[in-house]
Design a protein. Structure first.
Length: 470
């Protein structure tokens, strides 16, 4: 009897304990996920890994990647590397079901970084493409030819569905490979990747071993050759190494990865904008000057009035260093940019901001922190239905490992946070709704560990916080 009574008491204490834990976790609607990833060291894949394999054939093009080549989505920049000789700069391309082959001419260049000399890096812009069309393309013309394909986006319009993948801080570890595989195998297919910075992490190797830029290019080719990745520059693209005599920031990144910055009136490749289907995407540079009167500031000031929400209802911003981050790592590193630009984001009703840098996942409430004026003391973020949701998706899986230290208690602005690797999918359905899902690498391909139905801030600006459902 005594034993039974004892176990009843134990059960009561257990239930009360669980209620208390739930209350602690869920008060204010903030969730620190209870999922605990088994912590293992994040290790880069060795050079002989199959994902780094050099394609067969003499001087075969490798590291093939595409990105959008204009503002409207009717141009594509095709890039590739030939290792031994320059080879042809020509891209052959044709519409599916058409026998008429077209040609575009690019250029190639090499660069040196300390004791490393690159292969011949080719960039070729294909223009005047039809919207919503499948194209095949061939590089390596006249030597070892390799054929790929891509789809152009539908014409910009308010109710054109379009699905973006979100990947950040990818690197080239075993975990990076799992992230990319999960993105590829997701039953909801991304049509373009919004990449929020930190690509290869070659700078973590002795002398910034640029061979690791090459391996990264070969690793991601299975996706980047077939769908555009929209690039954001992160701190690991800086490759600023005065100790090696390398004093020109972003040298490897600029040679290897192109952006269509001139088309949107930007003077630098690190900040620019594109339209793609129903979305207007502004890419900002956390590691270029952004203070008042700087080129980036002046460009962004002119950029917001260009956004026509009747044409592109969804206003998305990409940057590397997050403004709202409640992990210990990189805490408040985005603060100075936030102070400069947040009022514009709220005034212009940005729908969502995606950032990387912190190697974990976090989604914010719709909050703003723009009321403070030095003397009034109003310096806490408040719920604001004109403000974006801030999502940190720097959880691609690079060799630096996970950010596991959290600031406590979880700030009210933080809706969901978890130290796991993964990727996300932002699927725009029409002018009012978009479905968002974050996928954790430890789950099955179809599992969404955090979801949210976004209500467009211009067309349907009602509270869409999942925590407001209850
Ligand atoms: Fe970073």
């Amino acid at each position: 009897m005594g034993c039974v009574r004892g176990s009843g008491l134990f059960s009561l204490v257990l239930v009360l304990g669980l209620v208390l834990i739930n209350w602690v976790i869920f008060c204010n609607g903030s969730i620190t996920s209870s999922f605990v990833r088994k912590l293992e060291k994040t290790i880069d894949m060795p050079l002989e890994s199959d994902v780094f394999r050099v394609p067969p054939g003499y001087n075969a093009p490798q590291q093939v990647h595409i990105t959008q080549g204009d503002v409207e989505g009717k141009a594509v920049i095709v890039s590739w590397v030939t290792p031994k000789t320059p080879g042809s700069n020509t891209v052959l391309y044709w519409e599916e079901n058409s026998s008429k082959k077209l040609k575009a001419q690019g250029k190639s260049k090499t660069y040196k970084f300390y004791d490393y000399t690159s292969g011949y890096i080719h960039h070729c812009t294909i223009r005047n493409l039809e919207h919503d069309t499948k194209y095949y393309y061939v590089v390596g013309v006249g030597q070892t030819e390799r054929k790929f394909w891509f789809f152009t986006p539908p014409e910009t319009g308010p109710d054109v569905p379009y699905t973006f993948g979100l990947i950040g801080d990818l690197g080239q570890s075993f975990d990076s490979n799992i992230t990319l595989t999960h993105y590829e195998k997701s039953p909801i297919k991304g049509q373009a990747v919004l990449f929020v910075g930190d690509l290869s992490y070659a700078d973590q190797y002795p002398n910034h071993d640029n061979n690791r830029w090459d391996t990264w290019g070969r690793f991601v080719e299975r996706s980047t050759a077939y769908q555009p990745w929209i690039w954001t520059a992160g701190n690991h693209e800086l490759d600023f190494a005065p100790e090696l005599g390398e004093t020109r920031p972003f040298k490897p990144f600029m040679h290897r990865y192109r952006t269509p910055y001139r088309a949107s009136g930007s003077p630098e490749p690190f900040w620019y904008s594109i339209k793609r289907g129903p979305a207007y995407i502004i890419v900002l540079a956390s590691y270029s000057a952004y203070g008042k009167y700087t080129p980036q500031f002046k460009w962004l000031e002119k950029e917001f009035p260009k956004v026509n929400r009747t044409e592109t209802p969804w206003l998305i911003v990409l940057m590397h260093a997050p403004w709202y981050n409640s992990f210990d790592y990189h805490y408040m590193e985005g603060e100075t940019m936030r102070v400069m630009y947040e009022p514009w984001f709220v005034k212009n009703k940005v729908d969502v901001v995606f950032a990387g840098h912190v190697h974990a996942y976090e989604r914010s409430e719709r909050v703003s922190n723009i009321a403070y004026n030095i003397v009034n003391g109003i310096c806490s973020p408040v719920k604001d239905q004109s403000a974006p949701v801030y999502i940190t998706i720097g959880d691609g899986g690079n060799l630096e490992g996970l950010a596991t230290k959290l600031t406590e208690p979880q700030p009210k602005y933080s809706a969901f946070r978890e130290s796991s690797f993964g990727h996300a999918i932002f699927s725009i359905k029409n002018r009012t709704h978009a479905h968002y899902g974050w996928h954790r690498n430890q789950d099955g391909y179809a599992v969404e560990a955090d979801t949210m139905w976004f209500n467009n801030r211009f067309w349907h600006p009602v509270d869409d916080s999942p925590s407001s459902d209850s």
